[in-house]
Design a protein around this ligand. Structure first.
Ligand code: GLC
Length: 419
């Protein structure tokens, strides 16, 4: 057996997940009304009873699931992960008697998860459920072991409600096991999911400090929170596990009314490329307003990014990492006979009176290039590109041209036909 043969292959659900490539994360909850991040209850030491009063003003009046799913589609995103319940313990779904701390029992009087799933279906987006395991109402960080058992019952029952009432979902993403070193009884929780949602991805955030760590055998993807992923060496892994990076668009997951530290479309494009370089998905967060609308800046940024993704879709969703080596941040993905060269830092053309040249153009070297190339062109313009290759030596070069005046794609992708 060669080293390649011994690499695990992805199960169909994991392969499908990787092809979704780009997703929207939504942190929506009672905290959205305060606009000081989703950890506000904890960071401002707000008593559970005081915080709970936010339920009385939770209207979700502008939560339009169809519009959110449409925005995701326009951004080139293929899935959305919604906080069905976050650390504050408030559920956006009908807990069916498990608790009265849920959206149907607030002034909103709606099951927002049901609306979310429907909105996604209507727009061809795959719905994923985020569910916390750390629950401040249960003090699950500090509560006695006896109460913890009871909490785990409640957690399991809540997840069962999510698995049984909303049709087929893309996956469940847990978050909070990092808060307490204990036996979270993952076997049981994941068995509940597999029973009702056999094709769902199971993900459990390993936290800021532990990006890429492989957990329980049922887990289908590693997580990279706020951190660019690296390419895993899967040799010897008992199963193929995907990778996903989640990232805030400013510095909070829930609405940050006074947070001005935003990613730009260029940042998002570069991060999406960096994730795909290593075969990971990119889950980009938005924090809706007090009433559940996606804020203007996020909306505009996502639409702008969507225009880039539309030009480069052929290289984003199904193309996989290769071992071809490139200069700088450049890299090559492959989908069958199509290779995609991701070029960074290209020069910009135009009169010296108006344009700053920036970056470079000309030949960019490729190493470990074992596939014969027949032609190359920019995906965005169709302009053909020159290339050279020495197949025996496994080297080549792609004649990258810079951006003509009037464009700057940040990352530009060339398709190289193999064969
Ligand atoms: C962290 C935070 C949380 C956020 C999550 C997103 O674990 O506790 O607020 O939901 O990351 O992945």
């Amino acid at each position: 057996m060669t080293a390649t043969q011994s690499l695990p292959q992805p199960a169909p659900r994991i392969a499908r997940f990787e092809n979704l490539a780009f997703g929207m994360f939504i942190h929506c909850g009672l905290y959205s009304q305060l606009g000081r991040g989703e950890w506000v209850q904890n960071s401002e030491n707000i008593a559970v009873e005081d915080y709970a009063r936010l339920k009385d003003t939770f209207s979700a009046a502008d939560f339009d699931a169809r519009a959110i799913a449409r925005l995701a589609r326009e951004a080139g995103m293929k899935y959305i992960t919604l906080t069905t319940r976050h650390h504050d313990g408030f559920s956006l779904f009908d807990t069916r008697g498990l608790s009265d701390f849920d959206a149907p029992r607030s002034p909103a009087a709606r099951d927002l998860v049901a609306e979310f799933v429907q909105g996604c279906r209507d727009e061809g987006i795959v719905p994923f459920f985020y569910h916390t395991t750390l629950d401040w109402r249960w003090g699950s960080k500090t509560c006695s072991d006896e109460r913890f058992e009871e909490y785990l019952e409640y957690l399991n029952a809540s997840v069962e409600v999510l698995c049984r009432n909303y049709g087929e979902i893309g996956g469940l993403c847990f978050d909070g096991n990092w808060s307490r070193k204990t036996d979270w009884k993952e076997d049981r929780l994941y068995a509940t999911i597999r029973k009702y949602q056999p094709e769902a991805m199971i993900i459990n955030n390993t936290g800021l400090e532990n990006g890429g760590v492989v957990g329980h055998p049922e887990i289908d993807s590693t997580t990279f929170e706020q951190d660019l992923p690296s390419r895993p060496n899967r040799a010897g892994w008992p199963k193929y596990v995907a990778g996903e990076m989640c990232q805030t668009m400013n510095s909070h997951w829930g609405l940050g009314g006074r947070d001005f530290d935003y990613l730009s479309p260029a940042d998002v494009i570069q991060n999406l490329a960096a994730c795909r370089k290593v075969g990971a998905n990119y889950l980009l967060n938005v924090g809706p307003t007090a009433t559940g609308a996606i804020p203007e800046y996020e909306t505009a940024t996502l639409r702008r990014v969507g225009q880039w993704v539309e030009l480069h879709g052929a290289a984003i969703y199904e193309a996989k990492p290769t071992d071809i080596q490139c200069q700088g941040r450049d890299f090559v993905l492959q989908n069958g006979q199509r290779l995609f060269y991701f070029a960074h830092d290209l020069s910009r053309g135009g009169s010296a009176h108006v344009a700053t040249a920036g970056g470079g153009n000309g030949p960019r070297a490729l190493n470990r290039l074992q596939i014969p190339i027949r032609g190359a062109r920019w995906l965005d313009s169709g302009e053909t590109l020159s290339w050279t290759q020495n197949l025996e030596a496994g080297i080549g070069a792609l004649g990258c041209t810079g951006y003509p005046y009037g464009s700057n794609l940040v990352v530009r992708v060339a398709e190289m036909e193999a064969g």
